[in-house]
Design a protein around this ligand. Structure first.
Ligand code: NAD
Ligand code: NA
Length: 396
C-alpha cells in the first residue's frame, strides 16, 4: 500500500518500512565509515528498536562485529496497517546484520515482565552462552510491576510548585506559555518505578543468576541532565527523580558484579528528537534552539554519532573510562558547553511564534521527527506501493 504519515497529537500512527530501512542503512554506513571499535562481541540491548538503543545495537554489530540480541516492545504489521517504526527498524537491522554474516535475533514483548526476561535468558543460553555488554535503553510511560502486578505510570511534572515556561507545538510552530501542575501523591514513586533503576537491576540479577554475564561484563543505561531552563520540569522534576534512582542503581549493580569484575555505567546523553522526548513539554522548543546552535558550531550529533563516540571515546579506548564527579559517562559534553548554553538561553528569551522558524531549527526538528517514522528519507519513493507486511523470522 502507499504509506503516508498520519498524525494524532504528538504521535504518528503510521510508519514506512522502506524509510525505516533507509534510516538504518544510513546509521550502519556511518558506523562503518568510522572504523573498527575494539568493543564487546556478545551484546544484549534492552530497548533496541529505536533511538539510543537502536544506535547502540548498530554500533556494536557494525563497529565491533558483535552478535546482538535485541529486546523491544513493538507492533508487528497486519494487513493494511503498518507496524510501529521500531518493528521496521529491527526487521531492517536484522536483514542487514544477517547479510553481513552477523548473529542477530530479537525478543518482542514487555521487558518489564518475567516472561520476556526468561525468553531472553533462554535465547542467550541457546545461542550465545554469555554476553559481555548489556545496554539498557528503555523509555516507557508505563510499567506493570512483575512482583506486585501494580501498573505504574510515569509523569513529567515539576516537584513542589507550578512550572510555567514557553513551549512549542512543533507541527504548527506556535510558541505559547504552558503551566504544568506539580506532582501529586504517588507521582514521584510511580515515575521512579517506571524509569528508575529497579528493572535494570532485575535484568542484571536475572542474567547473573543464570551465569550469563561474562567475566568483566559491562552494562550501560542512559540518562539526561539538561540545562537550567528545563531543570524544574526535567532533572528536578519527577523524571529527574527516576534518573537519580537509575544513576544510584549503577553503583549497586557494580557492587553485585564484583566477583566477575563487571561494571555498570550510566551515560548522560544529549537531548535529541525521539518518540520519548517529543512528548515532553518545553523540551521540543529547547531542542529546536539547541540544534540551531550546535549545527552552527559544527558539533551537532544524532543518536548514532552519540553512541559511536560513547563506544570509541569512552567505553573502548583501551584505557580507563572517563567519568564525572558522580561516576557518570558524559557524552552531553558538547550540549552542555558554556558557550552553547549561553547562546541557547539568549534565543530562548527571544523566541516567539513569529521568529522561531528563523531563530530555531524547527525544520531540523520536524525532519528528525518524521525520520523516526521512516518518512522524509532521501532515496525512498514515497509515492510507490510499499510492502507493509515486512517480516523476519529472527524476531520472536
Ligand atoms: P525511544 O522511545 O526511542 O526508545 C525506547 C525503546 O524502549 C524502544 O526500543 C521501545 O521498543 C522500548 N520499550 C519501551 N517500552 C518497552 C517495554 N515495556 N518492553 C520492552 N521494550 C520497551 O527512547 P530513547 O529516547 O532512545 O530513550 C532511551 C533512553 O535514553 C531513556 O532512558 C531516555 O531517558 C534516555 N535519554 C534520552 C534522551 C533524548 O533526548 N531522547 C537524552 C538522554 C537520555
Ligand atoms: Na532506545
Amino acid at each position: 500500500m502507499i504509506i503516508e504519515p498520519r498524525m494524532r497529537g504528538f504521535i504518528c500512527l503510521t510508519a514506512h518500512p522502506d524509510g525505516a530501512a533507509a534510516s538504518v542503512k544510513n546509521q550502519i554506513e556511518y558506523i562503518k565509515s568510522k572504523g573498527t571499535i575494539n568493543g564487546a562481541k556478545k551484546v544484549l540491548v534492552i530497548g533496541a528498536s529505536t533511538g539510543f538503543g537502536l544506535a547502540s545495537r548498530i554500533t556494536s554489530a557494525f563497529g565491533s562485529n558483535a552478535s546482538t540480541i535485541g529486546v523491544f516492545f513493538e507492533k508487528p504489521p497486519v494487513e493494511g496497517k503498518t507496524a510501529s517504526p521500531g518493528w521496521y527498524n529491527s526487521a531492517a537491522f536484522e536483514t542487514e546484520a544477517h547479510a553481513a554474516g552477523l548473529y542477530a535475533k530479537s525478543v518482542n514483548g514487555d521487558a518489564f515482565s518475567k516472561e520476556i526476561k526468561q525468553q531472553t535468558i533462554d535465547l542467550i543460553k541457546a545461542d550465545l552462552g554469555q554476553v559481555d555488554l548489556v545496554i539498557y535503553s528503555l523509555a516507557s510511560p508505563v510499567r506493570q510491576h512483575p512482583e506486585t502486578g501494580v501498573l505504574h505510570r510515569s509523569v513529567l511534572k515539576p516537584i513542589g510548585g507550578v512550572y510555567t515556561n514557553k513551549t512549542v507545538d512543533f507541527h504548527t510552530g506556535k510558541v505559547s506559555e504552558i503551566s504544568i501542575q506539580p506532582a501529586q501523591d504517588g507521582d514521584i514513586e510511580n515515575t521512579v518505578a517506571v524509569m528508575g533503576g529497579e528493572d535494570w537491576a532485575m535484568w542484571i540479577d536475572a542474567l547473573k543468576a543464570e551465569n550469563l554475564l561474562a567475566e568483566g561484563a559491562q552494562t550501560v543505561a542512559y540518562s539526561y541532565i539538561g540545562p537550567a531552563l528545563t531543570e524544574a520540569v526535567y532533572r528536578k522534576g519527577t523524571i529527574g527523580r527516576a534518573k537519580d534512582h537509575l544513576e544510584a542503581t549503577a553503583f549497586e549493580i557494580t557492587d553485585s558484579l564484583k566477583d566477575i569484575h563487571g561494571k555498570a555505567y550510566v551515560s548522560v546523553n544529549k537531548a535529541l528528537v525521539t518518540q520519548a522526548s517529543s512528548a515532553i513539554p518545553v523540551i521540543p522548543l529547547y531542542i529546536s534552539l539547541l540544534y540551531k546552535i550546535m549545527k552552527a558550531e559544527g558539533v551537532h550529533e544524532g543518536t548514532i554519532e552519540q553512541i559511536q563516540r560513547l563506544y570509541a571515546e569512552r567505553l573502548y579506548t583501551g584505557g580507563e573510562v572517563p567519568v564525572d564527579e558522580k561516576g557518570r559517562i558524559r557524552i552531553d559534553d558538547w550540549e552542555m558547553r558554556d558557550d552553547i548554553q549561553q547562546k541557547v538561553a539568549a534565543l530562548w528569551e527571544q523566541a516567539t511564534t513569529e521568529n522561531l522558524a528563523e531563530l530555531g531549527d524547527l525544520e531540523g526538528y520536524r525532519d528528525d521527527f518524521y525520520n523516526l517514522f521512516g518518512f522524509g528519507l532521501n532515496g525512498v519513493d514515497y509515492k510507490a506501493e510499499a510492502n507493509e507486511l515486512v517480516n523476519v523470522e529472527s524476531i520472536s
